[in-house]
Design a protein around this ligand. Structure first.
Ligand code: BTN
Length: 325
């Protein structure tokens, strides 16, 4: 779809009813037959556009694809998602976002793909990316904060995703599993992967990757005991453009507040209220060894507080927590 078609789509989606061909041709400085050509292009791209003689055009249905114009119609951000690159297929949205960031992409640029052939998870894992049903997106950020604060971003993103889900599916109960997962019914619904490029003391940019199982109806055997989707957990289909916009709408103010803050204290209460691990017996694998105990909350720095059987408290900055059977 070309840029003018996108602009016409944007105009149609912000109109409350019909827009006349004459009004569109005036506004876009083109003939009415040129307007008609763009309408035909939008229709062939899957947009339902009603045409009535004497009244003009009305956007009757969107495609459900989380591409620029569709996401934009739900956005109320200043910068997040205002530049949006959508591709049908990418290796990994994080990889493409990284390339764009190196080339100077503006803060808030978002990359979305309908499928990933090499989606990545934390700790070198892969992220299964079923085509056309889920959300795979990455956001370019340039936070001017001390390098050691960057790992806190993962939990901040989790808060934004959790809030967006609560807004879109208020009946669905979800929880944040430290440090980067969203769970529903004890199964993984979404994951966050933050990657950065830095010098010794400052980050050049951070790529925030978010993968959410949205409308996937079944999982391969190796995931069926550990993964779920919004559709499976809520019995409702969710609009991916609306969900992406809701996440960006939630995340932008949180991100700016966090940049001004010293730590995560301002969202700690939220993180604690929705923490999946609180009170559970876990084993946490860290780079250097394992720690076992009961989870007793988080610190303002985003560390997991684990109390061992001998009463000793461990503050864990990064790792992978699994429930003890
Ligand atoms: C995890 O739970 O381990 C993190 C998963 C992150 C997956 C997302 S999908 C969009 C973005 N691109 C990737 O390759 N990974 C992230």
């Amino acid at each position: 779809m070309n840029e003018v078609s996108q602009q016409i789509l944007g105009r149609l989606s912000s109109a409350s009813g019909f827009l006349s061909g004459a009004a569109l041709s005036r506004e876009f400085g083109m003939t009415r037959s040129a307007v008609w050509k763009h309408i035909r292009m939008l229709r062939s791209g899957g947009y339902g556009i009603e045409a009535r003689s004497g009244r003009g055009y009305r956007l009757a249905s969107m495609t459900g694809i989380p591409s620029g114009p569709e996401v934009e119609s739900f956005l109320n951000t200043r910068a997040f998602g205002r530049e949006l690159v959508w591709e049908e297929e990418l290796l990994s949205t994080n990889t493409t976002a990284r390339v764009l960031a190196v080339q100077g992409a503006a803060e808030g640029t978002v990359v979305v793909a309908d499928r990933q052939t090499g989606g990545r998870g934390r700790l070198g894992r892969s992220w299964e990316s079923a085509p056309k049903v889920n959300l795979y997106c990455s956001l370019v950020l340039r936070p001017r904060v001390p390098l050691q604060r960057i790992p806190q971003m993962t939990l901040l993103v989790a808060v934004a995703v959790h809030r967006a889900l609560a807004e879109i599916l208020p009946e669905l109960s979800t929880a944040i599993k430290w440090p980067n997962d969203i769970y529903a019914d004890g199964l993984k619904l979404a994951g966050v992967l933050c990657e950065m490029e830095s010098e010794a003391d400052c980050a050049h940019f951070v790529v925030v990757g978010i993968g959410i199982n949205v409308n996937q109806e079944s999982f391969p055997p190796h995931l069926s005991q550990s993964a779920t989707s919004l559709k499976l957990a809520s019995a409702r289909s969710v609009s991916r453009p609306e969900l992406l916009a809701a996440i960006l709408n939630q995340f932008e103010p949180l991100y700016h507040a966090w940049c001004e803050a010293d730590d995560l204290a301002f969202v700690l209460d939220y993180l604690e209220r929705h923490a999946w691990l609180n009170g559970r017996e876990v084993e946490v694998s860290r780079l250097h060894g394992k720690v076992s105990g009961r989870v007793a909350g988080l610190s303002a720095l985003g560390e997991l507080r684990v109390v061992g059987q001998d009463g000793s408290t461990h503050m864990i900055g990064s790792g992978e927590a699994t429930l003890k059977q």
